[in-house]
Design a protein around this ligand. Sequence first.
Ligand SMILES: C[S@@+](CC[C@H](N)C(=O)[O-])C[C@H]1O[C@@H](n2cnc3c(N)ncnc32)[C@H](O)[C@@H]1O
Length: 347
Amino acid sequence: MPPEARFDAHAHRQMASMFDDVSARYDLLNRLMTLGQDGAWREAMWRRVPEDAAHVLDLCTRNGVSLPGLQRPGRLLLGADVSLQMLEVAQRELATFGWGPRLVCADAFRLPLRAASLDAVTVAFGVRNLRPRIEALTEIARALRPASALVVLEATAPAPGPLAPGHTLWLRHVVPAMGRLSPDPSAYRYLSASIFEFGAGPEFERDLAAAGFAVRECSRYLLGATTLWVAERLGQVPDAGAAGVQAARGASGGIPQASSLARAARARAAEARTWLGVQAAVAAALAAGLMWALMEWSKSNGALPLSEGQRWLGWGLLIAGLVGSAVRAGWLALRWSTAATPRGGGG
Ligand SMILES: C[S@@+](CC[C@H](N)C(=O)[O-])C[C@H]1O[C@@H](n2cnc3c(N)ncnc32)[C@H](O)[C@@H]1O
């Protein structure tokens, strides 16, 4: 199968065979490429699923890495993937916890679930592989009940800005180079190309809207290399022309609801912004303290019984500390002032 066929619409067979081939070193390479952050990002995704969500699907679950984190007493948790081999790995690995999760081998475009039967869907690093995306999102929307949550974690392309050249270099050269450690290096060339194809985020948000979702939260990690979206399934699935779309129960005319999801997202964003502010204030106080110490040092170091080397070391430490904490305070203040606030939804 030519590697370019992976970009075809409904290429679930190519996807399953590619992920089967790379499974042996997938976790190691994933950890290296995300600088060890992938676990923390998945945890952030799990936390976005409302605690009271009773029927939850982890789509593109691969080896079920997210299933233990999503498990809650009384929750019916389902893992779905198109690769049977991956699901067998999931079964084996999760059995070591003494737990047999419910796994289903299914294509994201044809979920074997009744309309409006789910309270939340999570997709980590999987949505990029689903083409055409609006069709896959429409199918997910069909399976979700109105006002429920779709939580997506995905690698994103460089957004315009000063960090774009470094991010581009990483994706174009470092990722494919690291992929040479994989049993199938072409999978990592695909990874790089598919991230550029996916875009920096706005394209995906347009697709979410077209499929009947309202974005409630968008958090960026590692300077935008990965993005987490929390989207609310609106009352009605728009007629996107996709075959098999069914009317959802309890439709409310497509008007965004003042949902608990939106309220929770706002509360989380407000808390994160408060902590950023506190950190910025601490860094600014440290910078001010170091400034004062530097002025005292400049007045008194000549009178102290120190060698020339010790004097230079004192200058060096104070100046480096001052510059470091001032830059950190500025960076945190910038993030505080631009901190994402959840969108949409009434009170
Ligand atoms: C990058 S892995 C994601 C793994 C996992 N969610 C994680 O957090 O590591 C993508 C997964 O999506 C699955 N996949 C690709 N196309 C699919 C489709 N059409 N339907 C269901 N699963 C699909 C692949 O088999 C693969 O296991």
